[in-house]
Design a binder for this molecule. Structure first.
Ligand code: NAG
Ligand code: NAG
Ligand code: NAG
Length: 654
């Protein structure tokens, strides 16, 4: 016999459930007299007359015991006592009396940053003891920040938590999320999910320039700090440990200072003239794996110091100029270079003060300050000096300025601007210079000599002599370059006593210059035979001057003859030497020399004027012309004509 009873588990204590009464066919004492319920936890039996009720004494819990079987026994009053038993099957109906329960109160998960979308971080799970809808658990986040909502989602059915955004360790290193589980009828519970984000090396080091002194002066000593840089890496641990390095080949290094700071320091003295700008590349690398690096280029320029003097392109300069140049003509130009910057490298030229031949150099030359072109200020005279030296200075415009100097040698070359100058016979035609030619002179005898000089040099002073006119063209000849006048043949009785020669002296310049002179020769053995000297006068045209000259000559000659006669008379008386006719010496005084016949040698000092002593001996065919020059050995000119001289003549006379 079975009685089914369904009771909601949430039924309150004291609830009564009526049980059908037992039936006994007997009556009276033999009918059902007593009920008993087998002892159980939840129910007690209450019998009230004919009604039998089960009273809930302790609440039911479906989750503990879903079905309860109660054994109810009915006893009658007969003897023997009879009993009947009925099983009351109590089916406990579910009520939503259980909340979902998480498997763990706290879930912990670790998630690398930058995990791809849909990565499952963790799965939470909760169970609900109830059944059906009451045990149907769904998941959700509790109260969470917007950030969490953007980054994570939870699957309501499975409890999987997915990544839906970019998780960045550098933004948030951990999340604490409330997770809620709810059953179908709304009972819920919570758990805590702690997600720790782990770092990934996803940030390159960042180099920042904190200070930089640019430009830096090129005289900055080695070891000077020129800048400060800072390096940051947003990652952590090894991923943020950074090493810094500089590119090779620059005179700089990085010196670590306090944390993450480095000093940029020079390792040698800089030279702007070699490198004026540096692009310094700094590279920072972290220790992550794989490592990340970044670089930064620092531009540094080097400022100039006036540390280079101007330097002339040549060790020395030479300028060649022909004499009689136009004042202002360009001689040469000098150039100096200075590699410094702007005014420190701007070169200005000037003449260093000095003297040439006693006059300041500025009266000879000028130099263009900007271009270095050197001009002659005056016309040069080779016969005054052949060369001179000046010093040109190149100075830069820095402060203080630097300078250097160079020697400019000016060499003046000769121009044939001087005619030959005849020293003997004097060009005035003075008949004192009359030469006696012995009647017995043989052909080839030296009769006289024309002496001439030319202030020029070289070819311009290379003289040649020619007889251009003579009384008897066949009688005398002149040495082309020696100027020696010799008889060409023996003198004969028929020859005219008075012989006049016009000699032309010509130099070898281009064009040649020449001078002429007259030579008076008297064929005679005895001065006493000399006729009226006025007849010797060669110039018929210049009669007036000639007649004055003749008068003067005659009077002087008369005195002279008188004197000579007295002298000879005295000599005759003393020595009786009749052959000696004329033993006088003709001296050419130094006054005959041109006044400016001076020279300037390489050192610019004036050489002493040559002194000439010429002795002319006439009247003897064996006697020769002697020319003696006294000069100072120290001032011997380095003249090529001298070297060619074979005899003892110091100068070439043609
Ligand atoms: C440095 O960099 C600048 C600009 O990037 C460039 O104009 C310059 O030529 C570079 N200088 C050197 C010395 O490389
Ligand atoms: C020239 O050099 C001086 C130092 O010698 C320096 O002070 C100056 O700035 C330089 N001038 C230029 C234009 O670089
Ligand atoms: C010229 O330069 C030389 C060396 O180059 C130096 O010894 C001399 O003193 C300089 N002269 C002047 C006047 O500056």
């Amino acid at each position: 016999l079975l009685i089914d009873l369904e009771i909601q588990e949430s039924t309150d204590r004291g609830a009564r459930f009526l049980i059908e009464e037992a039936h006994d066919a007997d009556v009276g004492q033999n009918s059902v007299q007593q009920y008993s319920l087998k002892k159980n936890e939840n129910f007690v039996l209450v019998v009230n007359g004919n009604t039998v009720e089960l009273v809930l004494d302790k609440e039911l819990d479906r989750e503990k015991q879903q079905e309860i079987n109660l054994v109810l026994t009915a006893l009658d009053g007969g003897s023997p006592q009879r009993s009947g038993t009925v099983v009351i099957h109590v089916n406990v109906l579910d009520a939503n009396d259980n909340s979902p329960v998480f498997s763990q109160p706290v879930y912990k998960a670790s998630l690398p940053e930058n995990s791809p979308l849909d990565t499952v971080v963790v799965t939470v799970s909760a169970t609900d003891a109830d059944e059906g809808v009451n045990g149907d658990v769904s998941y959700d986040f509790g109260h969470v920040t917007d950030e969490v909502k953007q980054l994570f989602s939870i699957n309501p059915k499975t409890g999987e938590i997915h990544v839906i955004g970019n998780v960045d360790y550098e933004t948030t290193t951990s999340f604490e999320i409330r997770v809620k589980a709810k059953d179908g009828l709304g009972l819920s519970s919570h758990a805590t999910l702690i997600i720790s984000v782990t770092d990934v090396n996803d940030n390159s080091p960042v180099i920042s320039l904190k200070s930089l002194s640019s430009p830096i002066s090129e005289d900055t000593p080695s070891g000077t700090e020129v800048g400060i840089i800072n390096v940051q890496d947003r990652d952590s641990e090894r991923n943020r440990q950074v090493r810094c390095s500089l590119q090779q080949g620059v005179p700089f290094k990085l010196v670590p200072s306090i944390k993450n700071y480095y000093s940029l320091v020079t390792t040698e003295q800089l030279d702007r003239e070699l490198v004026s700008d540096y692009n310094i590349t700094i590279t920072a690398t972290d220790k992550g794996s794989p490592p990340l690096s970044s670089s930064k280029t620092v531009q540094l320029s080097v400022a100039d110091i006036n540390d280079n003097p101007p330097v002339f392109e040549e060790q020395s300069y030479s300028a060649y100029v022909t004499e009689n140049n136009k004042p202002g003509s360009t001689l040469c130009s000098v150039t100096a270079r200075d590699p410094d910057w702007r005014q420190n490298g701007t070169v200005i030229y000037s003449l260093l003060p000095g003297e040439v031949n006693g006059a300041p150099v500025s009266s000879y030359l000028s130099v263009n300050g900007d271009t270095g072109v050197i001009h002659a200020v005056r016309s040069f005279d080779y016969e005054q000096f052949r060369s001179f030296k000046v010093h040109v200075m190149a100075r830069d415009n820095g402060s203080p300025p630097l300078s250097s100097n160079v020697t400019v040698s000016v060499f003046i070359s000769d121009v044939n601007d001087n005619s030959p100058q005849i020293l003997y016979p004097t060009p005035e035609g003075n008949s004192f210079m009359t030469e006696l030619v012995p009647k017995a002179a043989h052909g080839g005898s030296l009769v006289s000599k024309v002496i001439a000089v030319d202030a020029d040099s070289g070819q311009n002073a290379w003289l040649s002599y020619q007889i251009v006119k003579s009384t008897d063209p066949g009688l005398f000849t002149i040495g082309l370059h020696s100027g020696e006048i010799r008889t060409q043949r023996d003198i004969s009785e028929s020859d005219n006593m008075k012989q006049n020669l016009i000699v032309s002296v010509k130099d070898n310049g281009q064009p040649p210059l020449s001078a002429t002179c007259a030579m008076y020769l008297l064929i005679s053995d005895n001065l006493a035979e000399v006729p009226e000297l006025k007849d010797i006068s060669y110039d018929e045209k210049n009669s007036k001057l000639t007649s004055y000259l003749i008068i003067a000559l005659v009077s002087v000659s008369t005195i002279f003859l008188t004197f000579m006669i007295i002298v000879m008379g005295v000599r005759f008386c003393r020595r009786r030497k009749p052959r000696l006719l004329f033993d006088g010496a003709v001296a050419i005084p130094s006054a005959y020399l041109p006044p400016n016949y001076a020279d300037v040698d390489g050192t610019g000092t004036l050489r002493s004027t040559y002194n000439y002593d010429a002795y002319l001996t006439t009247g003897s065919r064996t006697s020769d012309f002697k020319f003696v020059s006294s000069y100072n050995d120290n001032t011997l000119p380095a003249d090529e004509t001298l070297k060619k001289t074979e005899n003892n003549f110091p100068l070439r006379w043609g």
